[in-house]
Design a protein around this ligand. Sequence first.
Ligand SMILES: O=c1ccn([C@@H]2O[C@H](COP(=O)(O)O)[C@@H](O)[C@H]2O)c(=O)[nH]1
Length: 237
Amino acid sequence: MNDEKIIVPLDVSDLESAIALVDKLPQVTFWKVGLELFTSTGPAILDVLKSRQKRIFLDLKFHDIPNTVAGACRAAAGYGVDLLTIHATCGKDCLKAAVEAVQVGAEKAGTKPPKLIAITVLTSISARDLAFDLKIPLELPEFALEMALLAKNAGLNGAVCSPQEVAQLRNTCGENFLLVCPGVRPSWADKGDQKRSLTPSQAFQAGADFLVIGRPITAAADPVLAWDKICEELNLG
Ligand SMILES: O=c1ccn([C@@H]2O[C@H](COP(=O)(O)O)[C@@H](O)[C@H]2O)c(=O)[nH]1
């Protein structure tokens, strides 16, 4: 295991702040670009990250009808990013269309297709939210597993899941299915809106391939110190 397994989100609203964060943390090799930054500033940040030889997780969480999602996936695959997200709850037809679309988009742009990974159940959703607000009749771990299997059977490369479900998904979906865990919190960090979290070492031990850790680092008084503390706790060099 090494520190390239920790992905840090650039959850800021403008390009200047994003670049400042990237420059403040040169140790970070894998950055996540999500809805806030991409919606406010477009793809410019992707070129900045590529020019600094960073890996990119484009976390746009597509969720729409198959034709629309396929179009978005074709476009996103052309950016030459490493990871791309879609919600598993788009359904089987949509997931299959997305799998084909990333290949087509990447080929047209002459780039490597991104690994397409499906959101199972957002880490900000509790078991109570799922049952009482979303009216899903399955227990949360079972629903997360069903979403991961739907994605796997549709040909996706992996899933995004909470560290609390990662062991079960690893056991069922196998070693080659990529499992990326947000909702990770060191014992000293505030949980914020994350409702199903574990610590970084617990998440890796449970079988995560990659962790997404944002505010414990980016909102810390000293982000470099917070990053070093997490790496130290994980014995990473
Ligand atoms: O289920 C999900 C899917 C994506 N995310 C994203 O991960 C980061 C987490 O940031 P923190 O500051 O560590 O909470 C954020 O960009 C989310 O959009 C998630 O949290 N849960």
